[in-house]
Design a protein around this ligand. Structure first.
Ligand SMILES: Cc1cc2nc3c(=O)[nH]c(=O)nc-3n(C[C@H](O)[C@H](O)[C@H](O)COP(=O)(O)OP(=O)(O)OC[C@H]3O[C@@H](n4cnc5c(N)ncnc54)[C@H](O)[C@@H]3O)c2cc1C
Length: 487
């Protein structure tokens, strides 16, 4: 392997690829090493019998108006990744009380129309509407710099300023779980306000044309166009350090690649605890790495079921379901009594489907003509002796919303929580990376620069604000600004 690279990037997730695109466009010679035989890490798709199947279930909050747009603009590649967006004619839908409503979202609704959904679906009173309106206005008006003062305030405390019905609080909690993968008590108000303000202002939620893999593929095309070398199937075993200076990486076969810059996309905790010699770090830094947390929700299992249908059964592009107020306690019971015990419930009564993307309704090329691909998430044990029964349970439940769907399944695949590690290679099967919780966001987020000279981090563990893939891409933008330009 040649040793004349300006930087070596470890890991080809969205963060690593976004950085490879930015630095190679700048004229730097980049080598990216990815242990899987494919690029994209947790954000990827595979092909099966003419269908494009996303490995997990992803939606994207900011799309062209967020970090992806900025990367494409900076690298002269506008339009390299294109997105589908919901419209007034084709909105996200909310399934509730056996009825369908437009899901409240500023991408296709005016504030008055969103309030209408709250009135109809949640029986919101004028006092509830007043609180929702004040909350939105507070978020919209708060200056970016002011949000950091709320970084250590739980979102639940911030919400108390806006009294509203129990059911609306539960609905906001569901949105917070989707936005932060943390509940109202763990999630930081400052971080959520920053993210919610982007969503309000840009109103640009969407899904990549070509499926989730279109994002890593688009970033990889930009990087390769500018000379980056992206190698798959290459695992980095160790980062070499001499007198506090990262000098290169060592591969499984003993090959050493030296470079003046080493950037890790494999996770902060994993980089420190797996690839660096403990003798090169202080006890304090090792303890810090050990203390980084994936949050409580990383311990709750989910299953992502991908259904290939022989005809388009579901008319909606993305559906969210929400239980009736009376069913909320049964959801907790469902978790405690059944999911955690790996027991299939006797009925499908407890509702737990939250987000149902029908990807071929967003991009028809993802399924053969006249067919449909649907992604169905559900709560499930971390490990199970009855995966097939859990699939059937969730499909039966989906069938209550779209009767007859069961009869049109050509085949199904599913991804379980424990499979996330296969894609990310991390210690834990965490969804977004380090948890978006108090103490790990805003100014407390792990920094881009490590204490080692020349060793940096990129990916959804680091950066500033945002979540998931968009945080990973955003961290690449921030890091590219930090890395000195070549003379
Ligand atoms: C079920 C699920 C749902 C999600 N939903 C959303 C969503 O709706 N929206 C959203 O934006 N995000 C979502 N995410 C989160 C998002 O996928 C991740 O936050 C993001 O993809 C992380 O990107 P990354 O670049 O930081 O790391 P990763 O994707 O983890 O990439 C790290 C890469 O490093 C490689 N690697 C690891 N060790 C080594 C080594 N020793 N040598 C070489 N390579 C190595 C891995 O193979 C991997 O490819 C979801 C994730 C999951 C699992």
């Amino acid at each position: 392997m040649k040793n004349h690279f300006d930087a070596v990037i470890l890991g080809g997730g969205v963060g690593g690829l976004a950085l490879a695109a930015l630095l190679s466009h700048r004229g730097m010679k980049i080598l990216l090493l990815e242990r899987n035989n494919f690029l994209g890490g947790r954000c990827t798709s595979y092909e099966k019998e003419g269908f494009v199947v996303d490995a997990f279930i992803h939606m994207f909050g900011r799309c062209e108006k967020g970090p992806y747009g900025e990367i494409m603009k900076k690298t002269g590649a506008e339009g390299e990744i294109r997105f589908w967006h919901p419209t007034r004619e084709n909105p996200f839908v909310l399934l509730k009380n056996g009825r369908k409503y437009p899901f409240p979202n500023p991408a296709y609704q005016t504030p008055a129309e969103m309030e209408q959904t709250y009135r109809q679906a949640f029986a919101a009173t004028e006092a509830d509407i007043h609180s929702l309106r004040s909350m939105d206005e507070t978020i919209a008006k708060m200056k970016y710099s002011e949000t950091f003062a709320l970084d250590d305030t739980p979102m639940s405390s911030f919400l108390k300023r806006f009294p509203m019905s129990r059911e609306l609080v539960a609905f906001i909690n569901q949105q917070v779980i989707c936005l932060a993968v943390a509940n109202l008590k763990e999630a930081s108000a400052g971080e959520l306000i920053r993210v919610m303000a982007y969503y309000q202002r840009e109103a640009n939620v969407g899904y990549p044309l070509g499926g989730c893999k279109a994002i890593p593929e688009g970033l990889a095309r930009i990087a390769r166009r500018h000379g980056a070398e992206l190698q798959t199937g290459v695992k980095v075993e160790r980062i070499n350090v001499e007198k506090g200076l990262a000098t290169g990486v060592e591969l499984k076969d003993g090959t050493v690649v030296s470079a003046p810059l080493i950037i890790s996309n494999i996770g902060v905790k994993e980089t420190v605890l797996r690839l660096l010699d403990p003798a090169t770090m202080t006890e304090q830094y090792r303890d810090y790495a050990e203390s980084l947390s994936c949050g409580k929700l990383a311990g709750i299992g989910t299953i992502a079921i991908h259904l290939a249908l022989d005809k388009p059964v579901i008319p909606d592009s993305v559906a969210f379901s929400f239980p009736k107020d009376s069913e909320i306690p049964s959801l907790a019971r469902f978790l405690m009594e059944f999911v955690l015990q790996d027991q299939i419930p006797p009925t499908t009564d407890p509702m737990n489907l939250a987000l149902l993307p029908v990807s071929s309704n967003m991009d028809p090329s993802l399924a053969p003509q006249g067919k449909q691909i649907v992604h169905l998430p559900g709560l499930a044990p971390l490990e199970s002796a009855h995966w097939k029964d859990w699939v059937n349970f969730h499909v039966d439940y989906l069938d209550t919303f779209y009767p007859g769907l069961k009869n049109h399944i050509l085949w199904y695949d599913f991804g379980t929580t424990s499979m996330i590690n296969h894609y990310s290679g991390r210690f834990q099967p965490d969804i977004v990376g380090l948890a978006q919780i108090i103490g790990q966001v805003g100014k407390s987020r792990p920094p881009l620069k490590s204490p080692y000279e020349n060793l940096y981090f990129v990916g959804s563990d680091t950066g500033s604000d945002n979540i998931g893939t968009e945080l990973a891409a955003e961290s690449a933008l921030r890091l590219a600004d930090l890395i000195p330009k070549k003379p």
